[in-house]
Design a protein. Structure first.
Ligand code: ADP
Length: 454
């Protein structure tokens, strides 16, 4: 029963019925027909009012509510919903509006996610990106672009490309992309802080579905690394040619002089042949070093490890370098822990010790001191070579492991050095996953330290 009364239509019928009954009872009591007529009019007016109220409640109010919700949806507030009180057709309409709102809200969330993913991809791509419309206004720049060209997005977006990009080559690329409607590639350089960056720029036109030009996208690839490699390769070829040229010229010169008649004089002959022999040895050393370096630098260099007893290895090495130390009256001391055994490429370890000791002896004046220490730590083998030699200037320290780098070219050549020794050592240490470092003070001496994992 309570359910029936809670329905508005039933409440209205009961209301109207009560008003009619009350008026009926009153009209039996009242004889004046004007009053009766007046009462009937009032009653009819009240009934009309009640019916209109009912219609308003049932149809107009829910429709207004629905219209308000739709307004909110139009404004983009997809969380707006109609709280259901209506019945019948209006209720169905409200339901559908709620379903529509839910779908819109899901679409909006998906759209936001897609937008976020896209902007994450654009921002984290390793190439700089600029999007231009058909009039040349910048619509998008990514993080890589601003990191190279400076400023932030607000300094570019909404401006004409030639107002915010000063490089003439970029202007030409954009113009050609728009003019020829095809990809245009150009190389540019840009100074970032103090570093010069080499960039390859590609201008690509964008077309709409009717194949009309809509704008262009500029992509900037950072090719600094490749340029540096190319430069290094060129330097290397130039250095190798130069290093080969010196002994070959010398060998050829002395051989020609001998052929021109010097052959007759036994003293000159011996002298020249000694020079030719020395230069050939230098050539041989250089070629061996180059081959060793190229093997070590090859991708997938296979390290063949064997059991190394460092003490035995040092015992083999000392006689090789002893003569050079004695020739310069250099005191060579060795201080190693007992029985240092580990797994490594024994030839490589031997070369490390020989090269470090030979360098120490070469770059230490007569009566100096050279010392070799070796110890075993928890996870590595520590080899240290110190000398009381000429030392290395501070600015040269980071460069001494470069191929062919020599602080004093003439001095290095006189000692028979190729300028490749330390760079070979660095490679040997690196293929062992070890570390090599140097500390040095001019005219006081140097300390080279190597750590090889056990
Ligand atoms: P090099 O064949 O010229 O010795 P390295 O690659 O072995 O070539 O060494 C590179 C340069 O590092 C040397 O030319 C020299 O200038 C410097 N150097 C290496 N070891 C020492 C050292 N113990 N003391 C001083 N300078 C050194």
């Amino acid at each position: 029963m309570r359910v029936v009364f809670s329905r508005p239509l039933f409440a209205y019928i009961v209301g109207i019925f009560s008003v009619v009954v009350i008026t009926g009872i009153l009209s039996m009591q009242i004889t004046d027909e004007y009053i009766i007529l007046g009462a009937i009019l009032v009653v009819e007016f009240i009934i009309l009012l009640l019916i209109m109220l009912h219609l308003y409640d049932k149809y107009m109010k829910p429709i207004k509510k629905a219209a308000r919700t739709v307004d909110e949806l139009v404004k983009g507030n997809y969380s707006a919903r109609i709280h259901q009180t209506a019945q019948g057709n209006v209720a169905e309409l409200n339901n559908k509006i709620n379903i529509l709102a839910r779908n819109l809200s899901e679409f909006a969330i998906q759209e936001q996610m897609r937008e976020k993913q896209l902007s994450t991809v654009i921002d984290n791509t390793q190439s700089g990106l600029v999007l231009l419309d058909e009039k040349g206004y910048v619509h998008l720049v990514n993080r890589k672009f601003t990191s190279v060209f400076g400023g932030d997005q607000h300094d570019y977006i909404g401006f004409l490309y030639y107002e915010v990009l000063s490089n003439e080559k970029i202007h030409e690329t954009v113009q050609q992309t728009f003019l020829y409607e095809k990809n245009v590639t150009e190389s540019i350089t840009q100074v970032v802080e103090v570093d010069k960056k080499y960039l390859e720029m590609v201008g690509a036109p964008i077309f709409d579905e009717r194949n009309m030009l809509k704008g262009a996208v500029l992509v900037f690839y950072d090719i600094t690394h490749l340029k540096k490699l190319e430069l290094m390769r060129k330097d290397f070829v130039a250095n190798v040619s130069h290093e080969l040229k010196t002994p070959i010229t010398s060998i050829k010169g002395f051989a020609e002089t001998l052929l021109d008649g010097a052959l007759e004089d036994p003293d000159t002959l011996r002298n020249f042949l000694t020079i030719i022999n020395d230069e050939s040895s230098r050539l041989q050393g250089l070629i061996e070093d180059l081959l060793r370096l190229s093997r070590l630098e090859k991708d997938g260099y296979k390290l063949v490890k064997n059991n190394v007893n460092l003490n035995t290895l040092i015992d083999e090495v000392i006689p090789i370098v002893n003569q050079a130390a004695e020739d310069k009256s250099i005191t060579l001391s060795v201080d190693t822990a007992d029985n240092i055994a580990f797994r490594a490429e024994s030839e490589g370890v031997k070369q490390i010790i020989i090269n470090l000791l030979m360098n120490a002896i070469s770059y230490t004046p007569e009566h100096g001191e050279v010392a070799l220490y070796a110890e075993e730590t928890d996870d590595s083998i520590h080899i240290k070579v110190t000398d009381t030699g000429i030392g290395i200037p501070e600015d040269a320290i980071p460069r001494i492991f470069e191929r062919f780098y020599r602080v004093d070219k003439a001095r290095s050549r006189n000692t028979g050095g190729t300028g490749l020794g330390l760079s070979i050592l660095k490679h040997i240490v690196e293929v062992h996953d070890g570390k090599i470092s140097v500390e040095s003070e001019l005219n006081k001496g140097s300390t080279f330290q190597v750590y090889l994992p056990k």
